[in-house]
Design a binder for this molecule. Structure first.
Ligand code: NAP
Length: 246
C-alpha cells in the first residue's frame, strides 16, 4: 500500500532537482503524477523514467497554465496534490539589478505560483494538499540574492492567505522551505570553474555542514501531501540542516 494510492498529483518543474525527486517519490507512493517543464526533451526523459504524465508548460505563460488545467481536467480525476515547485533565481546586487532581472524573478516565482494554483483551483478535490516551494533565502540577508529572497518571502505570505481561503473546501496549503540542496538549479548559479567553491561555501554555512539532497525535500513534500500532516495548514516546514533554525 502506498501513501498516495488512488491520488492524483501535479508537480511543476518536475524534470530536474527537487521537482524530479518529488515526482518520483509521489509516484512510488502510488499517485498518478503529472509533471511539467519547458524543455521538451528533458520532460519526455523525466516522464519516462518516473512513469509520469509529462505536459510541456511554462508557469510564466497564462495560456500554458490554461492548457495545463484543461489537460489535467480531461483526465477526469481532479487533483489531490499540487506541488508548485517550478522557480529559481540568480544573483544580482541592488546596484546591478535590471527591470528584466526583477521581472524574471517575480514572474517565475510569484506570478508563476499564483497563477498555477489559481488555474488548478477548480480541479482540487476536497481534502487536497497544496505545497508551495519557499526558500531559507526568504529569512536571510544573502548579498546579491535580494530579488529571489523577496519573491520567496511573497510565497510564504501567499501560503498563509490561501490556507485561510481554502480551509472551507478542506484544502490545506503549506510551504516547504529548503536550505541549499544540490540540484542543477543550485550548481547553475556558480560561474564557470567555481562550482565546487560555491557548493563548499554554502555547505560551510549549514549547521549540519553539508548540502541537502533533493530526496530529502521529496520526503517532506510527501509528508505535507499526505494525511500524515492532516492537522497542518498555513505552515512552513524547513528542511535546511538547521540553517535558519540555529
Ligand atoms: N536547490 C536549492 O538549493 C533550493 C533551495 C531553496 C528553494 N529552492 C526552490 O526549489 C524549486 C526547485 O529548485 P531546483 O533547485 O530543484 O531547480 P532546478 O534543478 O533548476 O529545476 C527547476 C525545474 O523547474 C522547471 N522550470 C523552471 N522554470 C520554469 C517555468 N517558467 N515553467 C515551468 N517549469 C519551469 C525546470 O525545467 P525547464 O527549465 O525545462 O522548464 C526544472 O524542471 C525552486 O522553486 C527553487 O527556488 C531550491
Amino acid at each position: 500500500m502506498g501513501q498516495l494510492d488512488g491520488k492524483t498529483a501535479l508537480v511543476t518543474g518536475g524534470t530536474s532537482g527537487i521537482g524530479l525527486a518529488t515526482a518520483r517519490r509521489l509516484a512510488d507512493e502510488g499517485a498518478y503524477v503529472f509533471i511539467t517543464g519547458r524543455d521538451r526533451d528533458r520532460l519526455d526523459a523525466a516522464a519516462a523514467s518516473i512513469g509520469a504524465h509529462g505536459i510541456q508548460s511554462d508557469i510564466s505563460k497564462i495560456e500554458d497554465l490554461d492548457a495545463l488545467a484543461e489537460e489535467i481536467g480531461g483526465h477526469g480525476k481532479g487533483l489531490d496534490v499540487v506541488f508548485a515547485n517550478a522557480g529559481g533565481g540568480d544573483f544580482a546586487t541592488l546596484a546591478d539589478v535590471t527591470p528584466e532581472h526583477y521581472r524574471d524573478n517575480f514572474d517565475r516565482n510569484v506570478a508563476g505560483t499564483v497563477f498555477t494554483v489559481q488555474k488548478m483551483l477548480p480541479l482540487l478535490n476536497e481534502g487536497a494538499s497544496v505545497v508551495l516551494a519557499g526558500s531559507t533565502a526568504a529569512s536571510e540577508g544573502v548579498a546579491a540574492f535580494g530579488l529571489y529572497a523577496a519573491s520567496k518571502a511573497a510565497i510564504r505570505s501567499l501560503g498563509r492567505t490561501w490556507a485561510a481561503e481554502l480551509a472551507d473546501r478542506k484544502i490545506r496549503v503549506n510551504t516547504v522551505v529548503p536550505g541549499p540542496i544540490e540540484t542543477p538549479g543550485l550548481t547553475g548559479l556558480a560561474p564557470v570553474g567555481q562550482k565546487q567553491d560555491l557548493l563548499d561555501g554554502m555547505a560551510s554555512q549549514v549547521p549540519m555542514k553539508r548540502l541537502g539532497r533533493p530526496e530529502e525535500i521529496a520526503s517532506a513534500v510527501l509528508f505535507l501531501a499526505s494525511d500524515q500532516s492532516s492537522f497542518m495548514t498555513g505552515a512552513e516546514l524547513a528542511v535546511d540542516g538547521g540553517q535558519i533554525q540555529l
